[in-house]
Write a protein that binds this ligand. Structure first.
Ligand SMILES: [Zn+2]
Length: 203
């Protein structure tokens, strides 16, 4: 049996019904909540990135469809890399038709979004369909940063497990003598300093 493909995002964003606002930038908090603090396109979390670095993308570009500039259902919480890559690209002339089956985009809030992409075991994002391949190229989902940030999240999860193990070993009174404990502490220290670089590099 083939293993299920790893999804790009950790959850499918769902846009809530929100009261109309007079400027699209006022939707930022709503979008951040509905997109689980992560880019709708690549899944990068804003937890380690300055939130100013996160943009509000107009799925159907506002330059082409100004009537949709304030429509919440047309907005996507997006990292600046995806937003800048997507720019005003749009196939066709209908805002309701985001792709032609070969090229174009898929609304990141639709259930079939993930079917067009796959995250490889090493963290890379690749297209699984012609639209997916098109979108990876346009949004530059192949950038190393997406791979790096995903692996950094995994590293933090392992580090949290190591933290728990350190606490347990110390409680057992093995604190002073265990080489394994020293190694774990060294690992924890190094991962924390790498995290600090990651944070500073984004601010
Ligand atoms: Zn992104």
């Amino acid at each position: 049996m083939m293993a299920a493909a790893i999804t790009i995002r950790s959850a499918l964003p769902v846009r809530a019904t929100v009261a109309a606002k007079t400027r699209y930038t006022l939707y930022r908090a709503d979008l951040r909540r509905d997109f689980f603090q992560a880019c709708g396109y690549c899944g990068d979390s804003d937890e380690r990135i300055d939130r100013i670095g996160f943009h509000i993308d107009h799925f159907a570009p506002k330059a082409l469809f100004p009537d949709l500039a304030l429509v919440y259902e047309n907005l996507v919480y997006a990292c600046r890399f995806c937003n800048v890559g997507k720019s005003d690209h749009w196939v066709g002339t209908d805002p309701a038709v985001p792709n032609n089956g070969k090229e174009g985009f898929v609304d990141p809030c639709t259930a079939d979004y993930e079917q067009h992409f796959e995250r490889l075991a090493d963290g890379r994002i690749v297209g699984r369909s012609p639209i997916g391949i098109y979108a990876v190229k346009r949004l530059r989902l192949h950038l190393l940063r997406h791979e790096l940030l995903w692996n950094a999240r995994r590293m933090r999860a392992v580090r949290d497990d190591a933290d728990a193990l350190i606490t347990a070993l110390e409680q057992e009174g093995k604190g002073d003598t265990s080489e394994a404990l020293d190694l774990l502490k060294h690992f924890r220290e190094l991962t924390k300093s790498i995290e600090d670089y990651e944070f500073r590099a984004n601010n």
